[in-house]
Design a protein around this ligand. Structure first.
Ligand code: AMP
Ligand code: GLY
Length: 427
């Protein structure tokens, strides 16, 4: 059986590693993949197609008897890759375009949650600056901070937390007049600030049945102590101790089941991966966001902790039998530390030589997943903001962190930036 993975990040490298473990898989193609997937060899190879070349991807999949396609990032989902593949009878993991609105339109997601009584912050949606400013002007001081979000896709960077009225008004000017988020902010969601701690849970679903991966915690800010700009994610660990079995039960009852049932009832059955970003305050979950895919870097800790075969579970989610397929997790913990280029998340350096000490990957418990890397002749060089995601497993979070950081110390490129406090809050 041949598989196609769409995307180029460390998440897609982690998918390739997990799927290659299935003996029935003959070939895995990554479109376009990265330097790390180019190095895997064996059944894994990169193809020169980008994630948004939908017609070419379909043609490739048909020509190469691809039995199943896995979509890593959100943009092809928003563009309708699942609708396109299914129309040709191809099996693919992800939601159709209309269901991917849970991620691609925050206004849709918020209205959907309101319709179905799913816990989330109180909000309003605006299409022009004047009405947004007049709403802000009418709020009493105790309603701040307020969170101002571009409704459309913004690579996790379209959110401004305004501590007071003045900051909110400045943010609205930047969004509506200076267009800092471009057309992603044609609609703007303004919502109440949620207190608590963040965690994410991930389900694989066929539209009615679902299976849960372990919970995880991302680190979105570039700086230690959660300071500085938002990034795509600088590190993660799983499981998140915050998501106790009791909290997980509430998340299933209050969020996951009503979301799947609500989407189905609205004629928009949701399939694929459902990522629920949550704020948990004294054991009570509230939804911060939905994503229509697995997270990056969360995938790099969640997939290595899946003991059962990923490929069999994905096939069951499209062919039936998701409720009975083995879906067991390893005990212990996983941590991943992202190494980024100097300057990220703003303009960053690239073309730097990467050296990895051969000792770095001497254990099955350590995995170096590539993101912004490529080969320049024989040399591995940096090509992106997030360069590598170094994952380690351990019997405890402390042990996995210690192994991950030891490995980071064996990798070098000029200007490498990484956070030294991944997982520190949970220790
Ligand atoms: P989002 O793209 O909606 O996930 O927002 C990005 C990040 O902004 C989240 O991971 C949170 O850290 C923060 N955030 C978003 N909405 C809220 C909220 N209502 N209250 C507090 N923090 C929030
Ligand atoms: N790490 C957050 C995301 O993938 O959206």
């Amino acid at each position: 059986m041949n598989l196609l993975i769409i995307g180029s990040g460390a998440r897609e490298h982690a998918f390739a590693k997990a799927l290659a473990a299935n003996a029935r898989v003959q070939k895995i193609f990554l479109a376009p993949g990265n330097g790390g997937t180019a190095m895997m060899g064996g059944k894994v190879s990169n193809i020169p197609l980008k994630a948004l070349q939908l017609d070419e991807l379909l043609e490739f999949a048909l020509r190469n008897q691809v039995a199943l396609t896995v979509v890593g990032p959100e943009q092809p989902l928003e563009a309708g890759v699942v609708d396109l593949f299914r129309a040709s009878g191809m099996k693919i993991i992800g939601p159709v375009k209309a269901a991917a609105r849970l991620e691609s339109s925050k206004s849709f997601a918020k209205d959907f949650m309101r319709r179905h009584g799913i816990p989330s912050a109180a909000y309003r949606v605006f299409r022009d600056e004047a009405s947004a400013v007049s709403c802000i002007a009418g709020l009493t001081d105790d309603r701040f901070p307020q969170v101002i979000k571009a409704s459309g896709l913004c690579a996790g960077k379209g959110v401004i937390i305004a501590l007071d009225r003045r900051e909110a008004i400045v943010a609205l000017k930047e969004i509506f007049e200076d267009r800092i988020f471009g057309s992603a902010a044609d609609e703007v969601v303004i919502e109440d600030f949620l207190h608590g701690q963040e965690a994410s849970v991930f389900a694989l679903t066929d539209g009615s049945q679902y299976r849960l991966f372990l919970s995880a915690q991302d680190h979105k800010r570039i700086g230690e102590g959660d300071t500085g700009k938002n990034t795509g994610g600088m590190g993660a660990y799983a499981p998140a101790p915050l998501v106790t079995p009791e909290v997980m039960r509430k998340i299933e009852e209050l969020v996951i089941r009503p979301t799947l049932a609500g989407m189905a009832a609205e004629g928009c059955s949701y399939t694929g991966f459902l990522y629920v970003g949550l704020m948990i305050d004294r054991g009570e979950p509230s939804v911060v966001e939905f994503n229509a895919r697995l997270g990056d870097p969360e995938t790099q800790v969640v997939l290595p902790l899946l003991q059962s075969d990923l490929c069999d579970a994905l096939l069951a989610s499209v062919e039936g039998g998701l409720d009975t397929v083995p879906f067991d997790m390893r005990s212990g913990s996983a941590a991943t530390v992202v190494m980024a280029s100097c300057g990220y998340p703003d303009a960053f350096e690239s073309g730097k030589l990467i050296t990895i000490d051969p000792l770095a990957e001497d254990s099955d418990d350590v995995m170096i997943f590539h993101a912004g890397t490529a080969f320049d002749g024989e040399s591995l060089i940096t090509t992106g903001g997030r360069v590598l995601s170094v994952t380690a497993l351990g019997s405890s979070l402390g042990e996995s962190l210690e192994r991950a950081y030891r490995t980071v110390g064996l990798i070098h490129f000029d200007g490498a930036v990484y956070r030294r406090d991944i997982g520190a809050k949970a220790l």
